[in-house]
Design a protein around this ligand. Structure first.
Ligand code: SIN
Ligand code: FE2
Length: 215
């Protein structure tokens, strides 16, 4: 085992990726089934859809949102919206357990935060889907960490620098992992390699919940 991980098996393993970026291995495992049920419920009201980038390409990742603000993309650009453009209705509320999990993850990570998340992006990756290198910078407030929960199929996360051309590290993300980045690391470039087909697994896709303070 790596000395980067905590030795105490009762504590979730913590891996510090950078000065203000922390991977909490398996931190969401006790909540994972409930989170997946929440996603199923939310997506009955705000279904997954393949948004189109400003460049006109349909994203391989299917997305939806819950919370006060939802992240949307179309030919006019990337932004946050108080309503789902597909229904013109407010996004479904963020389940209390998600906010509770986010608060506990922030506390355990020791990262500083300007407040609770108000935007939850939900991504679904079928095998082959990927997310190209980008920064999360549509938020008005960069003072809270990004809280990213991985569920289902594993993926290779790309962890870059503040410049797009900076070298990237590869970080395996598994079911139940929670990754947080804030402070000086808040604007790091990041992405997801094409998700591989599950091997002898009942799961057929990867879900990611990204909670942010946008406003
Ligand atoms: C994102 O950057 O919005 C999602 C990252 C992930 O799926 O792990
Ligand atoms: Fe992102």
């Amino acid at each position: 085992s790596s000395d980067l991980f905590a030795d105490d098996p009762s504590q979730p393993a913590q891996l510090r990726l950078s000065s203000e970026a922390v991977l909490l291995k398996g931190f969401a495992l006790p909540d994972a089934e409930a989170l997946l049920n929440d996603i199923a419920e939310i997506t009955q009201r705000a279904p997954f859809r393949h948004m189109v980038t400003p460049g006109g390409k349909s994203m391989s990742v299917a997305t939806t949102s819950c919370g006060d603000l939802g992240w949307v993309s179309d030919s006019r650009g990337y932004r946050y919206s108080r309503t789902d453009p597909q229904s013109d209705l407010p996004w479904p509320a963020t389940p209390a357990r998600w906010l509770d999990l986010a608060a506990r993850a922030v506390q355990v990570s020791g990262l500083s935060s300007s407040g609770a998340p108000d935007a939850c992006l939900i991504n679904r990756y079928v095998p082959g889907a990927r997310l190209s290198l980008h920064q999360d910078r549509n938020e008005r407030d960069f003072g809270a960490p990004i809280i990213s929960i991985s569920l289902g199929l594993p993926a290779i996360f790309l962890w870059g620098g503040i410049q797009r051309a900076d070298r990237t590290r590869t970080i395996p993300l598994e079911h139940g992992d929670v990754l947080l980045w804030g402070g000086v690391d808040r604007l790091r470039f990041h992405g997801v390699r094409p998700v591989a087909q599950g091997v002898a697994s009942a799961r057929d896709c990867r879900f990611n919940i990204t909670m942010r303070k946008a406003d």
